[in-house]
Design a protein around this ligand. Structure first.
Ligand SMILES: *Cc1c(COP(=O)(O)O)cnc(C)c1O
Length: 498
């Protein structure tokens, strides 16, 4: 089955081409025409180990690849790169189950997908007979950038440029990115917020494709943001992993529904959960958890998406987003109406807002619930869970934990709840330390040690010694300089001479 643009059903490409291109040429996202047709015997994967499970599910979602090909790609992506063999372990915390997605090479949940994407992309390049070098452009709110560079670092035939909002990421995130090694990696700060950086990247894709700016230069652009279907597909797997673990531990029987609560930013993670549901996994409700930037909370309540509101910098910066790109895929798949999606996205661009039709809102309400939690609530949640359960959560996970409790209070008949944990607490140590009732002393790196001394929770290896590593990336530019920056880099052969 082919993928097609969410804004034009006649723009169809194979799944390999969709991975290669990232974004559809009309600015839409690549989507299956329907997910339900892909539904398969989900029970058959429950007893598999995580790599085999990933092979099965990814072959369903990306049918350009045979099962044997996929098995090799999965093995290359994941073997010995995560702290635990099942990649994404589950932990009981009180009545809930926490799904730990941060055991990968950069301690962020994005590692799950970004370990896999370079494998898919280089295989897709071969399959589509493309000789051009692939230049990945990525806007990051903090975690994607590092995880993407780690995934693409020194992968032959690829280069990667990461843009992040200047002053909009944590010192640890900044240090992780600025010290990135590899001959093919580049990091640049943009004066503005995440939406500025993301819009800037989208505009570069449009300008390059409309103007043929890189034609004949031996290089083509692609994206590692979750707008790329190759980013989204690997995330579907851990919804099955968590479910299988609950069955294995006897907490549910196969077939019982499970609710998942997801700390949400660009809507990629939670959309993967909806894909899992469409594929047949017994997912009850998907709970969309937001921080003070609660544009999605309002949207799910009212059906009106309105980004005309203040932008808050919060202690959960990876969720500081006012335009959640992947929502477009959900709107398309629920409505099956590319013309409607095109018109809504046009309104979003010109007016910053749109209202979905009542029928569509009913469908949203059937599958989703929504809630938000501000910074004070986030820190309270960290402290409470640490004191009552001895479990240390990062700020994003804490938002989801708090919203999960709101959800359960509002739905006494809820199912067992899985809370997705998206980062190590050591990526946001200052807020975590405050959460457990202490005040920070010194810089963020000292604070990491304070958290460790107080809690005894080990610091992930990739985050130790960050301060001593050499800073290799120092560029800072304005938004309107992004296109020139990319064109210059694209035509420079060697980025580093050392
Ligand atoms: C990216 C990220 C999120 C949000 O995920 P989306 O797929 O963008 O909704 C949540 N928490 C952390 C730590 C992240 O890095």
């Amino acid at each position: 089955m082919d993928y097609q643009s969410t804004r034009d059903a006649s723009l169809r490409v194979s799944s390999a081409q969709a991975v290669l291109d990232g974004l559809a040429p009309d600015g839409g996202l690549y989507s299956m025409p329907s997910m339900k047709e892909l539904a398969f015997d989900w029970r058959s994967v429950l007893d598999m180990d995580t790599q085999e499970m990933a092979t099965e599910i990814l072959t369903v979602l990306l049918p350009s690849f045979s099962k044997d090909e996929m098995r090799t790609l999965v093995k290359n992506a994941y073997t010995n790169r995560f702290e635990t063999e099942d990649l994404t372990p589950t932990v009981s915390v009180g009545d809930d189950t926490v799904l730990e997605l941060f055991r990968g090479p950069t301690s962020a949940f994005k590692d799950v997908a970004l370990s896999m994407l370079p494998q898919l992309m280089t295989a897709a390049r071969q399959k589509c007979g493309v000789d051009d070098e692939i230049l990945i452009l990525t806007a990051t709110s903090g975690d994607t950038g590092k995880a993407a560079m780690e995934g693409f670092c020194d992968v032959p035939g690829t280069k990667i440029i990461v843009f992040y909002p200047d002053g909009g990421v944590s010192p640890v995130q900044k240090a992780q990115m600025a010290t990135q090694t590899g001959k093919n990696t580049c990091v640049c700060a943009v004066r503005g917020n995440f939406d500025d950086a993301q819009t800037g990247v989208k505009n570069i894709f449009a300008a390059v494709s409309e103007g043929g700016l890189l034609d004949g230069k031996g290089v083509r652009l692609s994206s590692a943001n979750s707008i790329n279907i190759g980013r989204l597909a690997p995330q579907v797997v851990y919804y099955f992993r968590a479910y299988a673990n609950l069955v294995r531990e006897g907490r549910i029987r196969a077939g019982d529904p499970v609710d998942y609560c997801v700390p949400t930013g660009n809507f990629g993670d939670i959309l993967a959960g909806w894909f899992a549901k469409e594929l047949g996994l017994p997912v009850g409700r998907l709970v969309c958890a937001s921080n003070a930037n609660n544009v999605l909370t309002d949207f799910f309540e009212t059906g009106r998406y309105d980004k005309n509101r203040p932008f808050y910098k919060t202690v959960s910066p990876s969720m500081d987003i006012l335009v959640s790109s992947n929502l477009e895929r959900l709107l398309y798949l629920l409505s099956g109406d590319a013309a409607l999606v095109r018109s809504l996205m046009e309104q979003l661009k010109t007016e910053g807002a749109y209202q979905v039709p009542a029928g569509l809102l009913d469908k949203l309400h059937a599958a989703f619930w929504q809630g938000c939690c501000d910074d004070a609530g986030t820190k309270r949640a960290i402290g409470k869970v640490w004191r009552e359960h001895g479990y240390l959560m990062d700020t994003h996970t804490a938002v989801a934990w708090d919203v999960a409790q709101q959800y359960k209070a509002a739905h006494p008949d809820h199912n067992p709840v899985v809370i997705l944990s998206t980062a190590s607490p050591y990526k946001f140590p200052a807020a975590v330390l405050e959460g457990i009732g202490l005040s920070a002393e010194g810089d963020e790196f000292d604070v990491m040690e304070q958290v460790r001394d107080e809690t005894g929770v080990p610091v992930p290896k990739n985050l130790t010694g960050l301060r001593e590593r050499t800073v290799r990336h120092k560029d800072v530019i304005d938004r309107d300089e992004m296109l020139d920056y990319v064109l210059k880099k694209a035509t420079t052969k060697e980025w580093f001479s050392e």
